[in-house]
Design a protein around this ligand. Structure first.
Ligand SMILES: *[C@@H]1O[C@H](CO)[C@@H](O)[C@H](O)[C@H]1NC(C)=O
Ligand SMILES: *[C@@H]1O[C@H](CO)[C@@H](O)[C@H](O)[C@H]1NC(C)=O
Length: 507
């Protein structure tokens, strides 16, 4: 539902994931030079991918700035990789072209650019999750075109492959055959864009390890928590679940270190309730907060709530999103899967465990992002904030037209004088209120669905709620209000004799 959209949006904001989601201003495309990147369209797509065992396809749109930035890097990488053995072919598809729209939807392209790695005549499709500079692309693809799991034949191999900063998964097998080995390779192929895999016949090459692994074992090295963890369950699904579960830290770290971003993305995409502690990592008390938070995270592991600690330095996006101020840190905010939020500001390390317990017991009061209720509110268009919305819209017994706007939105600015005119025309009508709420600084109650700005709603005196989709002229809006307002009690009493259902249908 809506919550996950909000979370993904938030993750996009905080991580600045580079994708275009909708057209900006269209521009002329620049002149063509001989290119190492293949241009594909719907007519020659299948035959081309059938010809190349390993091909990378960029789905792009000419108007997208991120695509333009990628283009020279992609071109450079394609030139270098064209000489690689085995060959790595880079191609692109212009999704703005009508004939390619079906391709884009077949490959589930949701933003631009989207890069996919296609193998085996396109039967094996994998998201490209590597860097976007030429050297990074080359390095990443060289690794992707090789075997999914690298053989480790010496301690030197092991120390070259297994880094202290990344998850690495090793299969230890007496021989490289049989069901268990086959399953391991299947999983490695499936998850290779997210994790690095290796296999060895001798556990003594592995770092940090005991030498006593004497049966086929999968060992996952990780740069956090218990540092390594083993499984002997070689069922493909079980192995995949083991890897996904063991590679998430009990507390996700959110700072500017890019090696944490994979975990941050997983955190925000998770369906569980999220507890987020925000504080200044450079302050002296960081360690005591971190260790108390870690204890709580271990305690609630597997109980439907996950944990993140964020550095103030990296968290401006989150603070803006939740309407928080840096002075309130250290703070914890919990958001459950219905979007309900709980907040504790000016936190001490010792508060963490008790507060989490109160959350679990359901004894906390939810927190709403709201601007302060204005002391003066005497313009024709009234200001509504999250904390006054109930009183103004639902409990006032009045007919309310409410605009949700954003300060940066041009269409809202155009609508403003029109709403003023509407408000002035109802100034002597005590039963009609024209109001506006800044949707970026106030939580929007679930009665309203706001997908863009401006969004205008009307709530009648008896709280019949409808969205206004008509013309943005004063006349049209006034007519709409007159048509849909609940008749005043006195008028009702006079007019009621005729039993009529004339023209009062819901929209
Ligand atoms: C596919 O067709 C397009 C349009 O005709 C052409 O520009 C492109 O070079 C073709 N690509 C290949 C690999 O044949
Ligand atoms: C965090 O604390 C350090 C050291 O006290 C200080 O220099 C820095 O400005 C603080 N950062 C923020 C974002 O408050």
């Amino acid at each position: 539902m809506a919550v996950s959209r909000v979370w993904i949006h938030f993750a996009v904001v905080v991580l600045l994931v580079s994708s275009c989601f909708s057209p900006a201003v269209a521009e002329e495309s620049v002149s063509e030079e001989p290119s190492s990147v293949l241009t594909l369209d719907a007519a020659n797509f299948s035959e081309t991918i059938a010809k190349h065992p390993f091909i990378v396809v960029e789905f792009y749109a000419p108007w997208c700035g991120h695509c333009k930035r990628l283009a020279p890097e992609y071109e450079k990488a394609a030139a270098i990789l064209s000489k690689h053995d085995p060959p790595v072919v880079l191609a692109k598809v212009d999704c703005n072209e009508e004939i390619n729209k079906e391709l884009a939807s077949k490959y589930e392209v949701k933003g631009f650019p989207t890069l996919k790695i296609l193998r085996n005549e396109g039967k094996n499709i994998q998201d490209y999750k590597g860097p976007r500079d030429a050297d990074g692309i080359v390095e990443h693809l060289k690794k992707q075109v090789g075997p999914a799991s690298a053989e480790i034949k010496s301690s030197e191999d092991a120390s070259n492959l297994i880094s202290e900063k990344k998850v690495f998964i090793v299969g230890v097998f007496p021989e490289y055959s049989g069901e268990q080995f086959k399953n391991f390779i299947t999983v490695a192929e499936k998850l290779r864009s997210d994790y690095d895999f290796g296999h060895t016949s001798d556990a003594k090459f592995l770092p940090r390890g005991d030498l006593t692994i004497n049966q086929p074992t999968v060992r996952l090295f990780k740069p956090f928590d218990e540092l390594l963890v083993d499984t002997q369950d070689f069922n493909v699904d079980a192995l995949e679940n083991f890897i996904e579960a063991s590679s998430v830290p009990s507390v996700t770290i959110f700072n500017k270190d890019p090696s944490n971003h994979l975990y941050v993305t997983k955190f925000f995409n998770s369906p569980h309730a999220k507890a987020m502690l925000f504080l200044n990592f450079s302050n002296g008390n960081f360690d005591s907060f971190k260790s108390k938070f870690q204890d709580v995270a271990e305690h609630y592991k597997g109980k439907g709530i996950i944990f993140l600690v964020g550095d103030l330095d990296a968290s401006q996006g989150a603070f803006q999103y939740f309407g928080l101020k840096a002075e309130q840190a250290p703070l914890i905010i919990i958001q459950n899967n219905d979007g309900v939020k709980y907040l504790k500001v000016n936190l001490e390390p010792d508060h963490i465990a008790t507060w989490l317990k109160e959350y679990k017991d359901g004894s906390l009061t939810p927190f709403t992002k709201s601007e302060p209720i204005p002391e003066v509110n005497d313009e024709p268009v009234k200001i509504v904030v999250a904390n006054s919305l109930k009183d103004v819209v639902f409990n006032s017994g009045k007919n309310v037209l409410l605009e949700f706007y954003a300060p940066w939105c041009g269409h809202c600015k155009k609508l403003a004088p029109i709403l003023d005119e509407v408000a002035v025309s109802f100034e002597n009508d005590a039963n009609v209120i024209i109001a506006k709420m800044d949707g970026t600084t106030n939580d929007i109650p679930s009665e309203f669905e706001v997908r863009g700005y401006p969004t205008v709603y009307f709530s009648s005196a008896t709280n019949k709620i409808m969205q206004y989709d008509g013309d943005r002229t004063a006349e049209a809006i006034i007519n709409f209000i007159q048509k849909n307002r609940d008749t005043d009690k006195e008028t009702l009493d006079k007019e009621i004799p005729v039993q009529s259902d004339s023209g009062k249908d819901e929209l």
